[in-house]
Design a binder for this molecule. Sequence first.
Ligand code: ISL
Length: 596
Amino acid sequence: MCHTTPSTRPLQLLSLFLAVFFLSSCKNDAPKNASAPPADIPDRKWWKEAVVYQIYPRSFKDSDGDGVGDLKGITSKLDYVKSLGVDIIWLNPIYGSPNDDNGYDISDYQGIMKEFGTMDDFDALLKGMHERGLKVVMDLVVNHCSDEHEWFKQARSSRDNPYRDYFHWWPAEKGKPNPRYSFFDVNNDAWEYDKKTDAYYLHYFSDKQPDLNWENPKVREEIFSMMRFWFDKGVDGFRMDVIPFISKDTSYPPLPVEYKGDMVKYYANGPHLHEYLQAMNREVLSKYDIMTVAEGIGTTTDDILNFVDPDRKELNMGYHFEGVSYGYVPGKFKTPEPDGYKLVGFKEIYSRWDAAFAEKGWGTIYLGNHDQPRMVTRWGNDSPEWRELSSKMLTTFLMTMRGTPYYYYGDELGMNNIKFDRIEDYRDIETLNIYKKIQQEGGDLNAFIESQKNGGARDNGRTPFQWDATTNAGFTTGTPWLKVNPNYTTVNAAAQESDPNSVLNYFRNIVKLRKNEPVLIYGKYTLLDKDNPDVYAYTRELKGKKLLILLNFRDKPTTANLGMDISKAKLLIDNYGDGPQNGANLRPYEAAVLEL
Ligand code: ISL
């Protein structure tokens, strides 16, 4: 095997030159200045070639000592973000909100949450990003708003208020409406009785998140105009929260007999969904050089192209839930299988999703976000022995698959689940409600707390960013809104900055590799050694260039059965530093990218 390191790689300058040429020749599909992409790679787009970095603003950096991250905090760290080599920042909601669900309950779509700062702070942040060549994608939360939004205050004030039809109501004289499921209601009841007008309103999430009535054209126009407001300011795209839920059968028929509580399957993709998305595209999205990504709750490989087939003119990308929902104990809230997940099934999911976009459309790839546990805890191994190697291995997976990678803040340090022992430490409405429900039903509360240590309690992924070894990891001078993971004294950005072998610097190197190698972006994906229970191996191929990716998902040595000789392959990057020894024999959590 021919080993090269990033600093001595002989072809580095050439590939850098090619990459600059490649990137500068890449044009987007903006209506203005549009030009045909180079003939040899069809349908190139900037958002396909980008790496997205997700910032949870509440937990990134606090500038004023109130314990809550804010916009000025993010602005102060833009050089760090830029140094990662990423292109796009996705910000979780920063709009006016009473924070029942950390900003996913919006009371002012064109204002900024007080704890996060002001519109001037936002403008400065946007300027700072654009000056550095970073784009910003905002969260668009329009299935529901806050019950403290003026629209809802008006709507609930009387049955004949002009805003009444902005929401879904069921008059009590018609009896109780047919059941609908709510994620964040202790009894999972999506109908809340409102005394003043003697009617029920619908909320798929908490009772402080009433669902907006998209069937009302005025609602659609309000939302489209709000989107124009942000695009005119210069934002570069939207991540669309639970967008498959926006259209509903407003007759609210009984659920079919086959319904077994699988709410997402029955509630997503309502009757007018695609009509609304096409209108949104026609009236707003197509007028700007921006990107869109659906939070594709309920989407499958059979219907995802309905959202992202460019010919349909709806959205650009979607992210699916099959991957992150895999390997949980059925019926137990986000509790990982005791023996761990099966890699063969994991590979099948990601391979099937890759195939969904083989002809058209474009996918995404992610292993963590603000609704998920930390990537290394869930998919790798967060014990001190393996945390770094398995973090790097998972990062290698994310950066070598086809589809735009969405990388979650802190994963570049190998941050892991905080594993709270007490319910009092949790802040998330979801966990607190599930706990209450188990309590009401006389269930086993300790078992629940235990299950969430390695499991999916969302606060595991929301703890403050670990900047350095000073108090509160340098996140705040005050009391953090959510506890900082105590391992910050060793796991932090400052400590990793100067270590060439750190998880952080590995991330930077592999981002560089992805951006220098068009094959990692556009190349055909082929799964190898499909039934190997320990190794994920695949090739990426583009115009005569072929890369091999080898990932050992286990804490023991193992071998990939590739059916090919890789002794002459050139090592591009690996997490041990010296590449696989003796062919395809891999050390624990070894990850390598080789050129064949
Ligand atoms: O987080 C979940 C399970 O633990 C998901 O079911 C989540 O509710 C679903 O993915 C929708 O998520 C989005 O909308 C929610 C918000 O709480 C999430 O943070 C957001 O990503 C309601 O707006």
